[in-house]
Design a protein around this ligand. Structure first.
Ligand code: CUA
Length: 329
């Protein structure tokens, strides 16, 4: 993203620089050319359509070019590729906690391999922070109570600054860290170092421990909706709305189940606000995604469930097993 942001920024500098030079040159030229001379009266000129159209149309075209270019870069920056590696970030006063989908946890550091798209799914435990990597030209507020997302693809190995860019209290200026970009082989070695198992496996455990699996069963008999295949799909709500089951919807449904209740189900689910930590919510979200997106858990393949989506095309005709050790019946 950096080269695209820089190109637009340099273009803006050149345009504004050229305009400033033009203005100052005109001021100097006209001051000399039309200075007061004894006995000479100024001639008044009233209106010139050609001149007015020119000085309106040219700036208009330049501004539209900047707008179009800026919108293009913005949409690229706001649209993570679908196959990006996912990393969960939890901000708190005053540190960054990072959880890789594969299970590695870090504090104030984020290891990534060179050349891979990385999507950060971020939330805060307390106040508003902002995840800012100047070298990558990306910055995104990290808010309590919801997920925000940013993404990047590191192109050069090295260690890059990570800053908190939103004043968040006394130690705000100390809420810094490093993005460590490694060659794929080094990254693999680092990854194999200290894994506690994938997030989705932790999520599966929490899902069973909290008793979620007694209601969210994989057949149609459960008192809660079947969660297999639900991620990324539209969900019909009781109040007639349709929402997409994205990370924020899953999160909201865990912490405030009454807010967007699935059509056909009773408001019987208790809130888990205060019962699960931000990390555990991330684990649960990762688990629900895993049973929806055919991502491997403990090496076992899972898949979207036909019964939920009613669409067999997204399962590509496979009938894969449930995740190993799954408590869903
Ligand atoms: Cu966190 Cu400033």
């Amino acid at each position: 993203m950096a080269s695209r942001v820089d190109a637009l920024y340099i273009f803006l500098l050149l345009v504004t620089g050229a305009m400033a030079l033009l203005v100052f040159a005109c001021v100097a030229f006209f001051a000399a050319r039309f200075r007061h001379r004894p006995g000479v009266r100024a001639e008044q000129i009233e209106g010139s359509n050609a001149l007015e159209i020119t000085w309106s149309a040219i700036p208009f075209l330049i501004f539209m070019a900047i707008f179009g270019w800026g919108a293009f870069v913005f949409f690229q920056e706001r649209t993570p590729p679908a196959d990006a590696a996912e990393v969960y970030v939890v901000a708190k006063q005053w540190m960054w906690k990072v959880e890789h989908a594969e299970g590695q946890r870090e504090i104030n550091e984020l290891h990534v391999p060179v050349g891979r798209d990385v999507k950060l799914i971020m939330t805060s435990q307390d106040v508003i922070h902002s995840f800012y990597i100047p070298a990558f030209r990306i910055k995104q507020d990290v808010l309590p109570g919801r997920y925000t997302v940013e993404w990047f693809r590191a192109t050069k190995p090295g260690v890059y600054h990570l800053f908190c860019a939103e004043y968040c209290g006394t130690q705000h200026s100390g809420m810094v860290g490093s993005i460590v970009v490694q060659q794929p082989a080094d990254y693999e070695a680092w990854m194999n170092g200290a894994s506690t198992g994938p997030l989705s496996a932790s999520g599966e455990k929490i899902f069973a421990e909290l008793g979620c699996s007694t209601c969210h069963r994989s057949d149609t008999q459960g008192r809660g909706p079947n969660l297999q295949g639900v991620f990324g799909k539209p969900v019909q709500l009781d109040d007639g709305r349709t929402v997409t089951a994205d990370e924020n919807y899953l999160r909201e449904s865990i912490l405030d189940p009454g807010s967007k209740r699935v059509k056909g189900f009773q408001p019987i689910m208790p809130t888990f606000q205060g019962l699960v930590s931000e990390e555990q919510v991330n684990d649960l979200v990762a688990y629900i995604k895993a049973i929806s997106l055919s991502k491997p858990i403990n090496g076992a393949k899972t898949s979207a469930n036909r019964a939920v989506s009613g669409d067999s095309s997204d399962t590509e005709g496979q009938t894969p097993p449930l995740p190993s050790g799954s408590k869903v019946q």
